[in-house]
Design a protein around this ligand. Structure first.
Ligand SMILES: Cc1cc2nc3c(=O)[nH]c(=O)nc-3n(C[C@H](O)[C@H](O)[C@H](O)COP(=O)(O)OP(=O)(O)OC[C@H]3O[C@@H](n4cnc5c(N)ncnc54)[C@H](O)[C@@H]3O)c2cc1C
Length: 171
């Protein structure tokens, strides 16, 4: 199988809450080009496979990416959470991250999204659909103009450097 090379300033492994927060901050606050790779078909990470009854433990307003709020700030009127800020369901969270990808990240023109791709130990993204191999190369972090670890919600993104690809984000 032939192998192509895909270059960007940052490679983010995983379109879960942390990878999406990182991509959102990089897109909003720097001029960096970003590749996001995930073996799942949609952004949202583990929420894509959550049981249907599962919801956030904390208020929706405290979750998600900086550039787009999750939920409407509603106060629940019924149930165990009555009187408190709404708690998004798994389905709401997945729909939200899909909007972030479609309405924020991809329209920036600086994000390449590789769903259904497994990133192996050598930095090669392998399509789970047709087996195509793309070597993901992260350029020097110094070329990006903003702080790479400023992504916040729902927790500060962990940036771990790999000796073979200095700007690769593993989240
Ligand atoms: C029921 C429940 C309620 C929660 N409530 C809250 C809350 O209220 N507030 C809060 O802050 N947190 C909450 N959390 C925790 C929070 O949701 C998780 O910590 C967060 O979603 C984790 O995001 P993540 O991006 O680190 O990981 P994940 O969601 O696991 O995403 C990682 C992604 O990386 C991909 N990936 C990994 N390695 C590779 C590879 N080699 N190649 C391709 N893809 C790869 C995976 O496919 C996955 O999609 C809750 C969790 C649960 C289960």
């Amino acid at each position: 199988m032939s192998e192509h090379i895909l270059e960007a300033d940052y490679v983010i492994v995983g379109a879960g809450a942390v990878g999406m927060a990182m991509a959102d901050t990089l897109t909003a606050e720097t001029t960096a080009k970003v590749v996001i790779v995930d073996r799942r078909a949609k952004p949202g990470g583990h929420w894509n496979e959550a049981y249907p009854f599962v919801r956030l433990h904390g208020p929706s307003v405290t979750y998600g990416v900086n550039s787009m709020p999750l939920g409407s700030g509603r106060i629940d009127e019924v149930g165990l959470n009555a009187g408190l800020n709404e708690l998004a369901s798994g389905a709401e969270i997945c729909a939200y991250y899909d909007r972030v990808m479609q309405q924020r990240l991809l329209p920036s023109g600086r994000v390449t999204w590789l769903p259904l791709h497994d990133l192996d130990e050598d930095g090669v993204a392998i399509s789970l659909v047709h087996g195509q191999r793309r070597r993901l190369v992260a350029r020097s972090a110094s070329r990006a103009s903003g702080p790479a670890t400023k992504a916040t919600a729902p927790g500060a993104a962990r940036a771990r450097r790999r000796s073979s690809s200095p700007a690769t984000m593993v989240v």
